[in-house]
Design a protein around this ligand. Structure first.
Ligand code: F6P
Length: 564
């Protein structure tokens, strides 16, 4: 990471140059930039690891990129990349490395971190995960009453939920054949709604819970886990349908129906997870960067270990590119610079993620945590308040559905928004029935046509139409909304791995330039503490009079409802 004594970005010479340059370019419409440069697509498009990154619809020109690259150099991006990948303590507030990239190193690699080669440990944890996956896929993991497990419910939240949820959904077509069927489900919310649904319809005899929590202290996950444990104990030890001889012990139930995944083996043991059903990982893997290791167990259960390793290989291909490619051809660096330009120089602080492929339904939710929990910071690595903007507000959903929801604001609202369009170039080749394949391929073309049309209209506005006759103001489109398009050759485990790694590294490069630490999340701690205090007061154990009038009113409304 950049040295501790580095100037904040706004003090770097390139920042000042960019400010002036932005003043000149702010009034230039995107359509003018396209009009004056026929080679824009070639100039601003790069291909790597099965991904095409089209940055030509950003509101920038060659000079902008040159100045941004100078800023990245001045901010120490190249040495920060080395520091990250070689295991330096880049997470300064927690004094540890951030080594998610080590989780996807090939088995034969070595990575010496502070005197220890960590690859062997990573491979051992993958091998342990593989053994569990194989047992489940062979139908050899039996519940306490002897029946093979059919359903696995992942109990986790944030990074212990969103990554596995997103990837299992995206790669559902990659289920291995000829295995014992195991369905994977996710329950994250502390209110118990998702879990209650599963408990209402799953058979406790054949249901296994994966307790996923790096810290193993997250109340959301532990409260779901406690409810699940009581459900199992209640149903399997007492319910006449399930009572077997000899009786099923509570210990056997917890042993056979829970796997733990955490960086805290002690806490897993305390909770009751059997030592050989504990999958461990390390403090140096951040929660939102953890899908590549044992937190990825649900992924491996859905797609099998071979495809899981392909996901890792795709991410590793992007890591190598990130480490080796010159900055002007480096996809994560370029994507990051486009973001810096929009946020800090064009004052565009809203960013929408719009995949045109239903399999990427959870990609925006995943990126919301990755980007905003990493870079939603306002203090530099040295502890000074920043006086420039950092992470934009980022949200999204499937593009085709968003067209019928919030695109109105993108096209005619008063906010500038930058959009990331994401789509695969090829799809449905594997569909066997020719008629169905033809129809589905036509639907894929329809989705691509919409994807390309939307970024074009956002760029050109009214000028996208051949007919430029007069029209009333309410039918006018101003255009000039910048966008990025990421095309995947096809959506495979490898290209998805590369896509996720692309965004992880983009977030890192932006953090380096903003001089913030992307690997901590102190901003969520106060809420947790106050929630615990509030829970005490709701339960009648605290002094409600100390609270503000609104909070008091809300709690009293709840108490009144409970009396009804
Ligand atoms: O509260 C935020 C957070 O710590 C995230 O960073 C993390 O991904 C999530 O909670 C879950 O944490 P854990 O895996 O420790 O349960």
């Amino acid at each position: 990471m950049a040295s501790a004594s580095r100037a904040t970005p706004d003090k770097l010479p390139a920042w000042q140059t960019l400010k002036q340059h932005a003043d000149e370019l702010k009034g230039v419409h995107l359509k003018t930039l396209f009009g004056s440069e026929s080679s824009r697509w070639a100039n601003f498009t790069r291909h790597e690891a099965g991904l095409t990154l089209d940055l030509s619809k950003q509101r920038w020109d060659d000079d902008t990129l040159e100045h941004l690259l100078a800023l990245a150099h001045d901010a120490g991006v190249p040495s920060a990349i080395d520091a990250l990948l070689s295991g330096k303590r880049v997470n300064v507030s927690e004094n540890r490395p951030a080594l998610h990239t080590a989780l996807r190193l090939p088995a034969e690699a070595t990575l010496n971190v502070e005197g220890e080669d960590i690859v062997a440990g990573v491979q051992e944890s993958l091998a342990q995960m593989e053994r569990l996956v194989c047992r489940l896929h062979a139908g050899q993991w039996r519940g306490a009453t002897g029946k093979p497990i059919r359903h696995v419910v992942n109990l986790g939240v944030g990074g212990s939920d969103l990554g596995p949820l997103m990837v299992t959904h995206a790669l559902a077509d990659y289920r291995p054949e000829n295995i014992h069927p195991v369905e994977v489900h996710f329950a994250s919310t502390m209110d118990g709604s998702q879990l209650a649904d599963y408990l209402g319809r799953l058979n406790p005899e054949t249901t296994l819970f994966v307790l996923s929590s790096k810290s193993f202290t997250t109340i959301d996950t532990l409260s779901n886990a406690n409810t699940a444990r009581d459900w199992l104990l209640g149903r399997l030890t007492q319910h006449s349908d399930f009572v077997s001889a000899p009786p099923v012990s509570a210990e056997l139930i917890v042993r056979q129906h829970f796997i733990g995944v955490s960086a805290s083996p002690e806490k897993m043991s305390e909770w009751g997870i059997a030592p050989d059903h504990q999958l461990k990982f390390w403090e140096w893997v951040g929660g939102r960067y953890s899908l590549w290791g044992t937190i990825g167990l649900p992924i491996a259960l859905v797609v099998g270990m071979t495809h899981f390793r392909e996901l890792l290989a795709g991410a590793h291909a992007m890591d190598r590119h990130f480490s080796e490619a010159p900055m002007e051809d480096n996809l994560p660096v370029l994507l990051a610079l486009a973001g810096i330009w929009n946020v800090n120089f064009l004052d565009i602080r809203a960013h929408s993620i719009l995949p045109y492929d239903g399999r990427l339904e959870y990609f925006a939710a995943y990126l919301e945590q990755l980007e905003m929990e990493s870079n939603g910071k306002s203090v530099t690595r040295q502890g000074q308040a920043v006086n420039y903007s950092t992470c934009p507000v980022l949200w999204g959903q499937l593009g085709p559905n968003a067209q019928h929801a919030f695109y109105q604001l993108l096209h005619q609202g008063t906010q500038s928004v930058v959009c990331d369009f994401i789509a695969p170039l090829k799809r449905y080749d594997e569909v066997e029935d020719p008629d169905t394949r033809r129809h589905l391929k036509a639907q894929h073309r329809l989705a691509l046509a919409n994807c390309f049309a939307q970024s074009r209209v956002l760029m050109l506005g009214d000028d996208a139409l051949d007919d430029d006759g007069p029209r009333p103001e309410h039918k006018r489109y101003r255009g000039n909304q910048p966008s990025t398009t990421v095309l995947l050759d096809t959506l495979t485990p490898a290209t998805l791995g590369a896509l996720i790694a692309l965004y992880e590294h983009k977030v890192f490069v932006q953090a380096v330039i903003w001089d913030i630490n992307p690997f901590d999340q102190w901003g969520v701690e106060l809420g947790k503490k106050i929630a615990t205090d509030t829970q005490g007061i709701i339960d009648g154990q605290g002094d409600i009079t100390r609270m503000d009038a609104s909070s008091r009113g809300l709690i009293e409304a709840f108490w009144a409802a409970e009396q009804d």
